[in-house]
Design a protein around this ligand. Structure first.
Ligand code: NAP
Length: 307
């Protein structure tokens, strides 16, 4: 395992900002700030968006291409931040996918959260054309994406990981090479189980405090200093207490991630009851119309109120 601190990067044989042409696909909650941080770091960013108007959010001078294939043809590296596993398959291996445009020796960095098994398949197909695929899913949410402080978990070639350091450091702070292709996505599945179980625990605790007529905000404040302290308690309990479920991280995406974790658990003959419970909470929230709300809105499923 290799861990890199963004302040201690060797600049030899890397994707330097003055030489590297970077493409971005997916300009949503995570992809747009990531692309802006690449621009801020000096990279010339081009983009493909299925709704071309989204590329305007990157500024008027950004070159916009009409397919991943066309974008890939003019880039040394393409950064992907799309929603789900089929979306990554489409923009990489699809009819107009990157595989048909990118040159041998180029690289794709996929920051979306997708299936580890599909990641390995995509990486193998791209390797046939000498295109390196790094899985580089992230944690840290919209704030981490905006601040450029994401935690990035990387699977795939160590050489390409090393080469991509300055580029990854423009978007993240704790950047760890976990292992071979798919290992980054496995780490992300682990991350989502911990976050989901913690959101459930924090939501249950906040509801319990309130049912006892105790000030839940004071409970949160007190617990932050002890072993129950966590980023979820710190940042997400206030969402619950102030009824603010603007995403953040949409419930539909968290549902997707729990399914990825549970599918992978199944492939490994594992039962993951905490992940199962959180998936059920998310599905109940989505059935109530809360799919586009932040996943912390499962709090409303517990209180029995309308989300
Ligand atoms: P989002 O706001 O919904 O943005 C998704 C972006 O991907 C949109 O720009 C969308 O285009 C584009 N897209 C989706 N499918 C596409 C396709 N087939 N072809 C081209 N473009 C496509 O989602 P997000 O929150 O940024 O999440 C992106 C990824 O990061 C997801 O895998 C998510 O699980 C992961 N993630 C999110 C967070 C978070 O806090 N939000 C944290 C960590 C990881 P349109 O605008 O046309 O729909």
């Amino acid at each position: 395992m290799a861990r890199y601190n963004s302040e201690k990067i060797s600049m030899a044989n890397t994707f330097l900002s003055d030489k590297t042409r970077v493409g971005c696909i997916g300009l949503g909650i995570m992809g747009l700030p990531a692309a802006k941080n690449l621009q801020r770091a000096g990279y010339t960013v081009s983009a493909y968006a299925r709704r071309p108007e989204s590329t305007k959010t990157l500024g008027g001078t950004v070159a916009s291409y009409s397919s991943p294939k066309e974008l890939g043809a003019v880039c040394d590296v393409v950064v992907i931040n799309v929603s789900d596993t089929p979306d990554v398959e489409e923009v990489t291996l699809g009819k107009n996918g990157l595989v048909h445009g990118m040159k041998p020796g180029s690289a794709i960095i996929d920051m979306s959260t997708i299936s580890p098994a599909t990641t390995r398949h995509v990486a193998e197909k791209l390797a046939e054309k000498d295109i390196t695929f790094l899985d580089a899913p992230v944690s840290g949410g919209q704030k981490g994406a905006i601040d450029g402080t994401l935690t990035i978990m990387v699977g795939g070639s160590v050489d390409m990981f090393t080469k991509a350091q300055p580029l990854l450091a423009a978007m993240g702070k704790t950047i760890t090479h976990i292992g071979t292709s798919g290992a980054g996505q496995v780490a992300k599945a682990c991350n989502q189980i911990i976050i989901g179980a913690t959101i459930e625990g924090v939501a249950e605790a906040m509801v319990l405090a309130q049912k006892n007529g105790v000030d839940a905000a004071a409970v949160r404040e007190a617990l932050l200093g002890g072993f129950a302290g966590s980023k979820v308690l710190e940042m997400h309990a206030p969402r619950m207490l102030h009824n603010n479920f603007t995403p953040g991280f949409k419930s539909v995406l968290h549902e997707k991630d729990m399914k990825i974790a549970l599918t992978n658990g199944g492939e490994n003959n594992l039962s993951l009851p905490a992940a199962e419970l959180f998936l059920q909470r998310l599905q109940a929230l989505i059935a109530l119309g809360g799919g586009d709300l932040d996943s912390t809105a499962i709090y409303k499923v517990i209180t029995g109120e309308k989300p």
